[in-house]
Design a protein around this ligand. Structure first.
Ligand code: 5GP
Ligand code: MG
Length: 177
């Protein structure tokens, strides 16, 4: 199936049912790994909202949920800068943290989020991302423990991800053609 957003064509890549199946498996892994540890899930807005909502329905252990929001922009330097729009609401000192991302591309955003969380001195940090573009990744994250799908280096929309602000509400995931 093909769709168009602002004159750009996208084709169906991952159906919602496939995502849900994958989330059930990740949920089982998390329930085992974090049993009796009351982890804090830190979602990275905006993209994570749909993934996080579905993921948390598969997490049956006691846990907390909060969100951060980062904004990336091209500054004067060539390297992309990332700043914090919404910070961490409460202390993560001594806690087990699971960062929840919609997609990891270069890894710049994740690097900043990890640094933000590290300052709070948690006992552990793991990362759970729905999508990962291994070819685009510029860092080697030892925290990257849970990956929904590895995809090629292509632009995707839907299920929380947007193109020019549009498409976050799409149930399935589409790729640019
Ligand atoms: P990174 O900092 O890892 O390069 O990029 C992470 C952010 O870039 C994501 O949180 C997301 O906002 C955006 N991004 C990267 N790849 C895609 C993509 O394929 N589709 C959309 N919609 N956003 C993307
Ligand atoms: Mg994101």
């Amino acid at each position: 199936m093909k769709i168009q957003i602002d004159h750009k064509d996208f084709e169906l890549m991952i159906e919602h049912e496939q995502v849900k199946k994958r989330l059930r498996l990740i949920g089982i892994q998390l329930n085992v790994a974090y049993e009796n540890r009351i982890p804090v899930f830190v979602g990275v807005l905006n993209g994570c909202f749909m993934f996080m909502a579905d993921l948390m329905k598969e997490v049956h252990i006691a846990s907390e949920v909060c969100f951060v929001k980062m904004a990336s922009y091209r500054g004067d330097q060539r390297e992309e800068e990332v700043k914090t729009l919404i910070g961490l609401p409460n202390s993560l000192k001594g806690r087990e943290v699971i960062i929840v991302e919609d997609i990891i591309d270069t890894g710049n955003t994740l690097k900043q989020v990890i640094e933000l969380v590290e300052r709070e001195e948690p006992v552990s940090i793991a990362v759970c991302t729905l999508l990962l573009k291994p070819e685009a990744l510029e860092y080697d994250f030892e925290e990257l423990a849970y990956v929904g799908f590895e995809i090629e280096n292509q632009f995707v929309v839907g299920y929380g991800l947007d193109y020019k602000g549009i498409g976050r509400n799409l149930k399935d995931i589409y790729r640019a053609v």
